[in-house]
Ligand binder design. Structure first.
Ligand code: IMP
Length: 430
């Protein structure tokens, strides 16, 4: 029996929350391994909506262990607030069910302040970050200035590190014309919440090793999507972490051999939040229709998502760089009733045909999609729970996607409801 990792294959917002929730019924442990509260995973269970940002989606299921791995950047105030909100919805959360890696890096007020000020300073070149401090916190981690969960247990070290960190950020804030911060005030605020945060602190690599050794099933829950990967995405319009399945090993402290089956969550069309290249974007009535029918507004920032046709070349590239074995296709019902549907199979760049997204920023911005036009279907696929419930046109579309991306559709989601899922193969048995 294998473990499963779930990652996004486009620009995020592929519907990972629902699939992870669905898979978590088959898992014992659910692990977040990258990103932070820039993520937004929506779960709909018996009509009740849960919006998670930092907590692993397994949290809503009784009896599961939820783990926030060392690869995640954690805003401790955001975490406590989310715990409170989810508790108010009737979910039990305790140190027995939630484990926070003691070596995870913290996001502090200086990070969100710098994130916001740096974005404003970029002017036209804005990335469109979530302004949650994700990038600056990862920068500090790599620069060895970061403050980690374990530092909260060592106040003398914390004070010293914090003073150095805030001095560094104040220089940046001053240069960017923003207000400077007081390290003593941050220290005091951190001390107030340290006992509660530390109650969840855990030696996560050991917990996962025990889980692995006792035959428990682990689900690794990715955030964002491969095109936002800091190495393999549309750099610099990316997030600051690796999204690929390999990150599940580093970001949790487990052997890459234990990652198991990698499921790539893939929307039946494409969306993007924030700036950057998007070859199949439809800034017309098609994009409007996709956005309205798909409710394409960000869970975290409420921003309107950019919408476009399915890009098979992009997903195929994500499959290779992300280490994806099979895909879960989501939101097929949004395409119901389209007379014709387009699928991008490659690009034209400077008069040449290519089947991949190049690395250069200018080259990425100049890609002209090459489309195949596909006949749509008039029947509804919404809520279908078996392959036989799907109209022939939709089955043809799914089969064609499989061919174009050279990977199987392992799972098909036909509404936000947990039960509206068609399973081709159980990823935990692969
Ligand atoms: P950051 O992660 O806040 O630094 O933002 C960098 C880029 O990633 C921006 O374009 C964001 O819109 C995008 N981004 C970050 N998190 C998500 C997500 O969960 N879904 C979709 N886009 C995201």
């Amino acid at each position: 029996m294998s473990n499963v990792a779930v990652i996004g294959s486009q620009w995020g917002d592929e519907g990972k929350g629902k699939i992870v929730d669905w898979l978590s019924s088959r898992a014992d442990v659910v692990v977040r391994f990258q990103g932070g509260h820039n993520a937004g995973h929506t779960l709909v269970i018996d009509g009740k909506v849960y919006k998670l940002h930092l907590l692993p989606s397994g949290i809503v299921r009784p009896g599961k262990i939820s783990v926030i791995g060392n690869g995640v950047v954690v805003d401790p105030w955001a975490l406590l607030k989310e715990i409170e909100t989810v508790r108010e919805q009737g979910v039990e959360i305790s140190p027995a069910t939630l484990k926070l890696a003691e070596n995870a890096t913290l996001i502090l007020p200086c990070h969100s302040a710098v994130d916001g000020a740096a974005e404003s300073a970029r002017g036209k070149g804005q990335i469109g970050t979530t302004k949650r401090g994700i990038g600056p916190a990862y920068e500090d981690k790599v620069a060895r200035r970061g403050i980690r969960v374990c530092d909260l247990a060592e106040p003398d070290i914390l004070k010293e590190k914090l003073e150095r960190l805030v001095t560094h950020h104040n220089a940046l804030l001053k240069g960017l014309g923003a207000e400077e911060l007081d390290h003593e005030a941050i220290f005091k605020d951190l001390q107030d919440i340290a006992p509660e945060i530390l109650s969840y602190a855990d030696i996560v690599w050991k917990t996962l090793d025990d889980a692995q050794n006792t035959g428990k099933k682990i689900l690794f829950e990715g955030a964002q999507g491969m095109m936002l990967d800091v190495d393999h995405g549309t750099y610099p319009f990316v997030t600051s972490s690796n999204i690929c399945a390999a990150q599940a090993a580093t970001g949790a402290g487990i052997s890459p051999r234990h990652i198991g089956y990698v499921l790539g969550i893939t929307k039946a069309y494409t969306t993007r939040v924030g700036a950057g290249p998007f070859p199949t974007e439809q800034e017309n009535e098609v994009g409007e229709k996709l956005g309205t029918r798909g409710h394409e507004f960000g869970t975290t920032t409420g921003r309107k998502r950019r919408c476009g046709w399915f890009d098979a070349a992009l997903v195929k590239q994500s499959i290779k760089t992300g280490g994806i074995d099979g895909i879960a296709l989501t939101k097929l019902d949004v395409l119901d009733g389209f007379e014709e549907i387009k699928i991008c199979t490659g690009y034209e760049l400077n008069g040449e045909k290519i089947d991949y997204i190049p690395s250069g920023q200018q080259a990425q911005a100049s890609l002209k999609p090459i489309y195949e036009t596909f006949e749509g279907w008039s029947e509804s696929t919404e809520g279908a729970r078996s392959w036989a419930d799907l109209p022939a046109g939709a089955v043809k579309y799914v089969k064609h996607i499989e061919e174009l991306i050279s990977a199987p559709v392992t799972l098909l989601s036909t509404s936000p409801e947990r039960e509206d899922t068609i399973l081709m193969q159980d990823p935990f048995s692969l």
